[in-house]
Design a protein. Structure first.
Length: 335
């Protein structure tokens, strides 16, 4: 059929990588890197979705920002530390007789943020912020993880712009083109070799995961960190698969007869830990209908002037310590 044959010719036989000059551009003295824009876009989408989910449970954007100003910087530092210390310490510290690249450690725009490190240290920042906002960390985590997966999905496109972290050679029609002059192009392979687009695999997996987690939350009302446990399982499974395809340098760790990349072992550990934690959380919350979002004594006061409280007293008679300065401001204890 002529129509089908023309369509087949119109479908590209591979995925092109953007030209090297597309990875950054200048506005006056300022250089903007596509990798950083992908990370920023992911953060903005995550904040938007998390804000909607927090509002549905009685929170507000002020509480989100109280947490985000701690979680985001901690996450960026954690992601970079993971990349430097776990992914390629030999390159950065000059181990094994290599030249050290100390100056590149703070250069995030060159690529290199480990998601597992970002989530680990970002969780510490989120805990600090959640304490200040009066929100339970587990409740915030459950609200945030669908947006976190979307952020990871968008961030992976930074690898596409940098032509990095691709997989093994493939003849599949969605193989990724890599510039043979790129620093990351494997030596000894033909210039027209195509590679598995692992950035795309992980991006699609994370988008699907966000939809799955939202669906699970709506159907089962997962709380007390249960949805975060589901995130750990989902991400761990996907990362284990994509790591099995990647060619970038990583330490191989042998446990018995099995030798896997360090990231694979960590991804497997994340998935297993998530499964165990999910079983524990579900067992503890079985038959418990309580769904606390705020820390004890930190619930926002919603009574307005002239309303009757549960004790029959008017809200106007509440002491100053019981009322926020404005109707939308939560009560905050001095810590």
């Amino acid at each position: 059929m002529p129509g089908l044959s023309q369509l087949a010719l119109a479908v590209p036989a591979s995925i092109p990588s953007p030209p090297t000059e597309f990875s950054k551009f200048s506005i006056g003295p300022l250089t903007i890197h596509a990798y950083a824009l992908c990370i920023l876009a992911g953060i903005l989408v995550a904040l938007w979705l998390t804000n909607k989910r927090m509002q549905a449970r009685g929170g507000n954007s002020d509480m989100l920002w109280d947490i985000a100003i701690w979680a985001i910087p901690f996450g960026i530092v954690g992601g970079r530390l993971y990349h430097v210390l776990i992914t390629d310490p030999m390159y950065y510290f000059g181990l094994g007789g290599q030249q050290a690249h100390w100056a590149e450690i703070p250069q995030l725009w060159l690529g290199g943020l480990g998601i597992m490190g970002a989530v680990a240290l970002g969780s510490l920042g989120a805990w600090i912020g959640a304490r200040k906002a009066g929100v339970r960390l587990s409740a915030f985590a459950d609200a945030a993880v669908p947006g976190l997966l979307l952020a990871q999905a968008l961030g992976r496109w930074g690898n596409w712009f940098n032509q990095e972290l691709f997989g093994a050679p493939t003849t599949l029609p969605w193989g990724l083109e890599i510039d043979p002059n790129s620093y990351n192009f494997p030596a000894g392979l033909p210039a027209d070799t195509l590679f598995h687009p692992t950035f795309l695999y992980e991006s699609l997996w994370n988008v699907l995961g966000a939809l799955v987690l939202i669906g699970l939350d709506r159907k089962f009302k997962l709380r007390r960190g249960a949805l975060f446990c589901c995130y750990m399982i989902w991400y761990g499974i996907g990362r284990t698969f994509t790591e099995s395809l990647r060619l970038d340098p990583a330490e191989i760790i042998n446990i018995g007869p099995v030798g896997l990349r360090v990231h694979q072992w960590l991804a497997i550990a994340v998935a297993v830990a998530g499964l165990i934690a999910l079983i524990i959380v579900l067992k503890r919350t079985r038959g418990d209908s309580a769904d606390p979002f705020f820390l004890p004594g930190r619930q926002p006061v919603t009574a307005t002037a002239g309303e009757q409280t549960s004790d029959g007293e008017e809200a106007d008679q509440a002491s100053p310590a019981q009322k926020p300065d404005t109707p939308d401001e939560p009560i905050k204890k001095t810590e």
